[in-house]
Structures are given as structure tokens and as C-alpha cells.
Design a protein. Structure first.
Length: 349
């Protein structure tokens, strides 16, 4: 059984998407675990990680999402488990999800150091599970070069446990291949693939957004599959917003306080992808009815407009389990741009 630990040096590099793509392309019996969950979902008094739920749903895994993470909070883990008991629980969970599997994907936290204080960082996980570490590298060209330079000279893991890197979201493939790849090759860091930036993968659905910001859906269930490509923060006057044509893009989502009826009404009229109502202020029943008739989802959150916009800005645009189009794009990108035979020995020709 192959043991592939997926991590990155920076947040939102594309780890979960790579797992989805690799698992689809390999098409072999796979297991998955997310030892340290950090993308929380809390429903019906159950806590689990979004990535874990997504992978188990897409691939119809037998394991429940809440059972393939050891913990979610640093302090809770710090006081409930020591290094030895953490290692024991890690191995027990791995043996469970890996039973009768050809490969197990173990997705580490949001970056390579996340979880170090509670013995669940990527390097520790790799050593305890005797696995192979694969790093997803992303960012601008200079960031990518610096990160790979760090891997070459400063990463504390022996090369027998290091699979290599997949460079993700490359803005200009031709320029990067000609100017930067020769430098990377001199660093002797195995490059398993280079995936170009794909705009379609940078968008997410209203349904996904609602889950990620723990929003209550007031109305507009029919529009939950709408695609969001941009966010507008409604802190300006309605008249100025209309004049600037900010509402005309039906792929925009508006973040606005629930008492700003002037802006909300105009956003409903233009048929924006969604309206996120902040400060836990519910608009009038007439406004809710109008949004329902237009098929515009109204999402209610308790945080203020600034905090909500910040939360949305930090969201990584992953697919939902029903987002077959995005999942297909991810599979095709991995198939085309990643050397699957370098990633997994069990890859079929």
C-alpha cells in the first residue's frame, strides 16, 4: 500500500484539488484521512473537516468524515494527547482507512508547519506513517523559486520520504518553463508536474459559500448552484453603485448589512448570484419574497460586513460534491500536467 502525504508550504496551494485529481486519474482503491482538520463544518452537533467530507462524498468512502480526523483545535489536542498517544491514534486511524486499499492520501494542515506543536505537522505525519511527502507549490514565480529553494536546502526530511513537488496555478507556462524550470532542475528537487492557472477553478458556488461562512439560507434555494466570480462589498450608496454598473454582473455576490434595503433591492433587481446579509439583520418579508421570485439566494450571517468580506476572501474555491464540471476539470488538468507514474507506483499505463 502506498502512503502519500500531501502538504504545501503556503495556504490555499491546491492540496485537496490535487488529491481529487490524483484519485480520479489513478482510479484504484483509495483511502483518505485529514489528521488535523482546520476547515470546520459544524452541523447537528457534529464537527468535521470540509476537505474530509468532500473527499468521502466524491469517492463514496465508507469512513465517516468526523472519523478520519484526530482533532481540530490546538489547545484541545495539546491537553488531551501527548506525542506518544498522538502517534498511536494516527497509526490506528491510518490502519482503519487503509484497510484493503492500494493507496492512502493523507492531507496535512493548511501549510507544512501547521500542527507542529501537537505533533500533527506534515513532516511528523510522514515519519510516523513511513510515507512519502508530496508538496504542492503555488504563488508567483519568485515565491515558487524561493519555496523550492527552501525545500532543497532547509527542509528537515530525508529524501527517502520525499516524493517531490507539484507546481500549481502557474500563470504563464511557457515563460516559467523557459526561465524558472532550469533553475529548479539545478536544485535537484523532483518536479512531478506543473499545472497552469485555470480561471474556472477560481470560482465557487453559492452553496459552497454558504457552507464555508456558516450562513443561514433565508430564500433562493433554486439559485444555490449559481457561480460566484467576484465579491462586492455594499458600503457605498445605491445610486453610486448603479451608476458604476457594479450590479450588472450576475456572477457577483453582494456583502451588505441587512438594513441596507436600498442596495439590497437593486441587487435583487439585477439578479446577482447571491446576497450575503450581515449583522444578523433579516430584511422585510416583501424583500425576501422579491428575492425568492427572482431566484436570488439571501444568506444571513451574524458577523459584520468587514469581517464577512475578510472570511470570504480567505476561502479556497473547492468544488462541492455535486460540482461535476469542476471535478472533471481538475481530473483533466492532473491527467495532462502531472506525471502520474512518478506520483504513484500503482499507476496504470
Amino acid at each position: 500500500m502506498e502512503r502519500l502525504i500531501i502538504s504545501s508550504l503556503r495556504q490555499s496551494a491546491g492540496k485537496t484539488s490535487l488529491v481529487i485529481g490524483l484519485a480520479k486519474v489513478l482510479n484504484i482503491k483509495m483511502g483518505y484521512m485529514k489528521p488535523f482538520g482546520e476547515r470546520f463544518l459544524y452541523k447537528k452537533k457534529r464537527l468535521w473537516d470540509y476537505d474530509a467530507a468532500l473527499i468521502t462524498q466524491i469517492f463514496n468512502l465508507e469512513d465517516a468524515a468526523e472519523d478520519i480526523s484526530i482533532g481540530f483545535h490546538h489547545l484541545q489536542l495539546f491537553y488531551s494527547l501527548d506525542e506518544s498517544s498522538t502517534n498511536t491514534k494516527l497509526l490506528e486511524t491510518f490502519n482503519h482507512v487503509g484497510n484493503n486499499k492500494d493507496i492512502v492520501f493523507v492531507e496535512a494542515g493548511k501549510d507544512i508547519s501547521y500542527g507542529t506543536s501537537v505533533h500533527l505537522d506534515a513532516i511528523t505525519i510522514t515519519k510516523v506513517l513511513d510515507g512519502q511527502l508530496l508538496l504542492v507549490i503555488s504563488g508567483d514565480e519568485n515565491t515558487i523559486i524561493d519555496d523550492i529553494g527552501f525545500i532543497a536546502s532547509g527542509m528537515s526530511i530525508d529524501r527517502t520520504h520525499f516524493k517531490g513537488v507539484v507546481i500549481n496555478k502557474v500563470a504563464n507556462m511557457n515563460d516559467f518553463t523557459e526561465s524558472y524550470l532550469p533553475i529548479i532542475k539545478k536544485m535537484e528537487v523532483p518536479v512531478l508536474g506543473m499545472i497552469p492557472y485555470c480561471p474556472e477553478l477560481a470560482y465557487f458556488s453559492v452553496e459552497y459559500l454558504a457552507d464555508r461562512i456558516f450562513a443561514k439560507v433565508l430564500t433562493g434555494e433554486s439559485g444555490m448552484k449559481h457561480q460566484i466570480r467576484d465579491i462586492l462589498v455594499g458600503s457605498i450608496g445605491a445610486e453610486m453603485a448603479i451608476k458604476s454598473s457594479l450590479f450588472e454582473d450576475r456572477h457577483k455576490a453582494l456583502v451588505v448589512s441587512g438594513d441596507r434595503s436600498d442596495i439590497i433591492l437593486n441587487a435583487i433587481e439585477y439578479g446577482n448570484a447571491a446576497i450575503i446579509l450581515t449583522n444578523n439583520i433579516v430584511p422585510s418579508s416583501a424583500m425576501i419574497s422579491k428575492a425568492e421570485n427572482k431566484g436570488v439566494p439571501l444568506l444571513l450571517v451574524s458577523s459584520d460586513t468587514h469581517e464577512t468580506a475578510r472570511q470570504i476572501d480567505n476561502i479556497e474555491p473547492l468544488p462541492t460534491r455535486n460540482d461535476t464540471e469542476k471535478i472533471t476539470i481538475i481530473e483533466r488538468m492532473v491527467q495532462k500536467y502531472v506525471d502520474i507514474h512518478l506520483v504513484a507506483k500503482t499507476a496504470v499505463s
